[in-house]
Design a protein around this ligand. Structure first.
Ligand SMILES: C[S@@+](CC[C@H](N)C(=O)[O-])C[C@H]1O[C@@H](n2cnc3c(N)ncnc32)[C@H](O)[C@@H]1O
Length: 240
């Protein structure tokens, strides 16, 4: 794709967004984990544990990590379900899944699209999505798909970027994400992808809109919790 086209990944929608995002993650797969660690000061592991706790997983349950990428949600999920349980990861980007393969001894990974899950209805007790929902072409449809594949009483948690509600913090964050993060990405030759991060966050649904989208999909008891001064937000809900 020509550079001029790639500058607008965050402005794309529908099928165009799907293929642009898929290509972008294929390109950044080798440096994704390293940059994730640097940009979050390694705090992302703690945020993932917080999210997994909200799933209230019981030993023996089945969990799906959707948009699993390089698989950092898989070890805490595996620990939560225990030996009698089952965890599977789904992502539409094979190079990301190849990295996930190395993280758990018996990974169950599949390629698949969040908006059209290759999974039977009511197959999982818990679904996690980390930094994935922002990237899908149709968030409402992805929420309906997640609802469909959960059993009754199933839990869903989604962790993603958010815009701080405090105006001073928002100005500070926008400075960091619009200037420092793309510069960090450029060290790895990934300026585009790490410009996509702040731009897609600005275009992303608000906390309230995400809650409404989850409720319209059928989730109840939908809540959210801010992390990192409101730069990250966890949403969770229950399938009644
Ligand atoms: C920012 S990464 C997050 C990876 C991982 N969840 C984590 O916590 O590090 C976003 C992931 O979502 C995947 N993704 C984006 N859109 C998708 C879609 N429509 N269907 C499936 N996977 C998708 C990308 O391929 C990428 O691996």
């Amino acid at each position: 794709m020509a550079n001029s086209n790639r500058e607008a990944i965050w402005q794309t929608d529908g099928a165009q967004k799907r293929s642009a995002v898929q290509k972008m993650f294929a390109e950044i797969a080798p440096s994704y984990d390293l940059l994730n660690g640097v940009m979050s000061f390694s705090l992302h592991h703690r945020w993932r544990s917080d999210a997994v706790k909200l799933l209230r997983i019981q030993p023996g349950e089945k969990a799906l990590d959707l948009c699993c990428g390089t698989g950092d949600f898989l070890p805490p999920l595996n620990k939560a379900v225990g030996e009698a349980g089952f965890v599977t990861g789904i992502d539409f980007c094979l190079p990301m899944l190849e990295h996930a393969q190395k993280k758990v001894s018996t990974p169950h990974l599949s390629t698949g699209d969040a908006c059209q899950l290759p999974v039977a209805s009511e197959s999982f007790n818990a679904v996690s999505v980390g930094w994935g929902i922002r990237n899908v072409p149709d968030i409402d449809l992805a929420h309906r798909e997640i609802f469909r594949v959960l059993t009754k009483g199933g839990r869903f948690v989604s962790l993603d970027m958010a815009r701080p509600t405090n105006s001073v913090m928002r100005i500070l964050s926008e400075f960091v994400f619009n200037t420092i993060v793309p510069k960090l990405g450029s060290i790895f030759g990934r300026t585009q992808a790490y410009t996509y991060l702040p731009k897609s966050t600005q275009r992303f649904k608000t906390r309230e809109e995400l809650k409404v989208s989850m409720e319209q999909a059928g989730f109840v008891e939908v809540r959210w919790k801010n992390l990192m001064f409101g730069n990250i937000c966890i949403h969770w809900g229950l399938k009644p």
